[in-house]
Design a protein around this ligand. Sequence first.
Ligand code: GDP
Length: 418
Amino acid sequence: GAERQNSVTNNNSPLKLFTHAKTTITEIFKNIALYVNDSNKFLDDVKKSDKNLITPEKYVEIQELKEKVNRILTIISRDHMKVVFFGRTSNGKSTTMNAMLRERILPVGMGHTTNCFLQIEGTDKAEPYVLTPGSDEPKSISSLGTVGNALSREKLDSDSLVKILWPKEKCRLIRDDVILVDSPGIDVSANLDQWIENHCLDADVFVLVISAEATITVSEKKFLHNVAQRLSNPNIFILMNRWDATANEPEMVESVRQQHLDRGLEFLCDELHLCDRKEASEHRMFFISAREALLKRNKDPTSSPRTGFAEGHEERLIEFNNFEHEFEKCISKTAVQTKFEQHTNRGKGITTTLRETTANIANRSQTLKQESVQKLTQMDEKHNLLERELRSMTESAKDKIRHISEDVYKRVAQTLND
Ligand code: GDP
């Protein structure tokens, strides 16, 4: 309990796996950029001294690597972890997101419906602002809550995306590169394929928020079936929200819980075949009260009427913390694997090309033999160093993630200091 609670509030959060990996791979690619520069200089000399040692095509290819490395660095700087929340209107999506953000960022309330996709992401600016589709003009955050504004249904269709840029310094989750997406109530719109195409293909995690008084609906299931068709093995969490309602019927709690659990597991395991039942029941389904979690974390009494906690809230708060911990482990692991493994392979490709080109020159040249061989030795050293760094990156991504701990941070820090 305590350890998990700590993990989501302090710097040892599993999310650090992603942020450290991002720092590491950035350093590696900066190194590769130096390596490319070096090689370019060498090839310039080679080209001057003897034209036949390198084909014009090869020369151009190596020249272009510089641009390629810079492009990859830009992509890395924009890499993030993304989670999409979905479910029927009023199940508590916005409340859950606010509780995780520890602030009332999204408008919440009976009757309020989010009619379009709302994305919360970080900004280095000090004040939050809103961006609506088709306009670069920053709008005030207060426009989110009012009717007849940027979010009114007349102006935007359900597929459009409104961005909330929130100051990174104000919120840990956002600072650690998590992007949260709230979707329109899944009962409202029908075009699920379009939604998935436009907003979900790069998502690392999906969170279905269900009301404990209801069950998973046909449209919610259909959405997830479509997601599973497009993305292999999507990470899906099911939150049984409003679990505080059970405080009124304590004698029913266990049987109701079991019923929900059975249905959820049946869906995740037997229908979608995402994981086994043990895994799903321990790591993928949680019985929470988003309202209580938000109340506990955000104590500003002016922002909403306070209605206190219901019987048994401690347990539900622990369950919410457990969800967050599992969520953070899952999203950072997935994001590192899907995003950085690709970069790692590209990095390896680049260093290999450079090495081979140099080796070729050394083999073909008599006059440059001496110099090339020296260069080659240098490059081999560099190449090996990069290989090692890249390998330790992938290893830390693949094996270490399961036991996220100080150990990972130390290794990454070591790689950086090497
Ligand atoms: P959304 O439409 O799915 O984003 O739902 P909201 O987050 O806007 O919540 C709808 C209403 O349900 C709001 O009045 C919330 O305060 C309330 N609500 C959300 N979560 C809980 C919960 O865990 N327990 C209770 N009792 N009410 C909740």
